[in-house]
Design a protein around this ligand. Structure first.
Ligand SMILES: Cc1cc2nc3c(=O)[nH]c(=O)nc-3n(C[C@H](O)[C@H](O)[C@H](O)COP(=O)(O)O)c2cc1C
Length: 222
């Protein structure tokens, strides 16, 4: 693949430096979410930028819930493995297998896998957590708009030398997010995102998720 576009230098970042993001940088990165396209210009996406004490509280409560064995209940339920077409399931399994090599976790090492999961609830130590939300009455179409907003933020962040990781794991306990951020039941917590300066020395950040060949994805019809 060519590397002409900023897109090709972006990867999910799963370890961050303690360094804060200057407010003006953070602001201009987040504001790119507003420029994303949306169904009939409905602009349904809201982005909650969470730092400091509130971020710590959300993380602490999610870690506690996980340690207590509370079942996860994201607002968009997780599809069971059997429901994925085999092709995608195989890619998912390969991704999990390959990624775990970079944190030195063996498949059977449940404790280490749990510790890695807890890191996700801490946004991999990133200084900023984002939550993308929609009103609960919106149609599936609005999920596309969330994706566009996320991608804008990820690319802009990349251009500022920041790293990001979209995180379904950040919304496993949406009631905690609603409670700490003071959001009511009409707010559907769709997905989270870690954002901060990448720890480039961390082994996990050397992981690159494989892409299938372009001709398995793109079909030209004349
Ligand atoms: C909606 C969504 C949710 C994701 N949730 C997580 C997550 O909870 N934890 C994680 O480590 N990565 C998560 N990812 C990152 C994907 O694993 C990653 O995008 C994929 O493996 C491709 O790798 P890349 O982003 O480095 O190109 C998520 C990505 C998306 C789009």
């Amino acid at each position: 693949m060519n590397d002409r576009y900023e897109i090709f230098t972006r990867n999910s970042v799963r370890a961050y430096l303690e360094k804060e993001i200057p407010q003006d940088v953070l602001q201009r990165v987040i504001e790119t979410a507003c420029k994303s396209p949306s169904w009939s210009n409905t602009q349904p996406v809201k982005v909650h930028v969470v730092t400091g004490e509130k971020k710590r509280r959300i993380s602490a409560k999610m870690v506690e819930a996980a340690k207590n064995g509370e079942p996860i209940h994201p607002d968009i339920p997780l599809p069971p493995n059997e429901s994925w077409p085999e092709e995608m399931l195989l890619r998912m399994q390969e991704h999990a297998r390959e990624r775990s090599k970079f944190v030195n976790i063996k498949r059977e090492d449940k404790e280490k896998r749990f510790q890695f999961q807890l890191k996700m609830y801490e946004f991999f130590d990133a200084p900023v957590a984002l939550f993308f939300t929609l009103h609960r009455d919106l149609p599936n179409w609005s999920l596309l708009d969330v994706g566009f907003a996320m991608q804008n933020v990820m690319i802009a962040a990349n251009m500022e030398g920041l790293g990001t990781c979209p995180q379904v794991s950040a919304v496993y306990y949406p009631d905690i997010v609603r409670e700490v951020l003071g959001l009511d039941e009409t707010v559907k917590i769709i997905v989270g995102m870690a954002i901060g300066y990448p720890d480039t020395n961390a082994s996990i950040n050397q992981y690159r998720a494989k892409r299938r060949p372009v001709d398995e994805m793109v079909f030209w019809h004349e």
